[in-house]
Design a protein around this ligand. Structure first.
Ligand code: COA
Length: 144
């Protein structure tokens, strides 16, 4: 737990309680550049065919340099190693850049969990002047 970069994980998920809860069971992979932590991705095998990205974040000063795409490719590799063929990720309806990133990397819109952020987070979340209410689930099929 000493090594867990909570500050980074909180860039993607404002609830430390939720982060601590999924870190009890899921695997936190840390990306380093010249021994300094620059990124993190938390992966969970949810069934025999599917891995979920629970959290992905790149240090603010290192964003926009392609490391996020690299971490997504790394997540693909881990998913295949675990014998799975699908990878899913959930993001907010207001997370415009993240929705762009995932679709550029081969994810397709799969599902919407209505009011997820209203029901699971105590404070309102706004991004891009849009209230974050619904969770958008995207899925990537690694067999195609
Ligand atoms: N504005 C617009 N698009 C952006 C962007 C920004 N600030 N940051 C990333 N993107 C999109 C672009 O579409 C870009 O594609 P392009 O190279 O074709 O222009 C694509 O993301 C890949 O960018 P990359 O440099 O690999 O992303 P990154 O290293 O910044 O990592 C995140 C992306 C989302 C992991 C990173 O910005 C981050 O940690 N954000 C905060 C935490 C977060 O939102 N996590 C995801 C929760 S669902």
């Amino acid at each position: 737990m000493d090594e867990i970069p909570f500050g980074l994980l909180e860039l993607a998920d404002p609830s430390r309680t939720r982060i601590k809860s999924y870190l009890k069971k899921d695997t936190c992979h840390i990306a380093r550049l010249h021994s300094k932590i620059v990124g993190v991705v938390v992966l969970k095998k949810i069934d025999s065919s599917t891995v979920e990205i629970k959290n992905i974040a790149i240090k603010e000063s290192e964003q926009g340099k392609g490391y996020g795409k690299s971490l997504l490719k790394y997540a693909d590799q881990i998913t295949r190693k675990l014998g799975c063929e699908k990878i899913i990720v959930g993001t907010g309806n207001s997370s415009i850049e993240q929705l762009a990133l995932y679709q550029k990397e081969g994810f397709e819109l799969k599902n919407i969990i209505k009011d997820f952020f209203l029901e699971n987070y105590p404070d309102p979340i706004f991004e891009n002047k849009i209230q974050c209410k619904n969770m958008i689930i995207l899925e990537k099929d690694l067999t195609v």
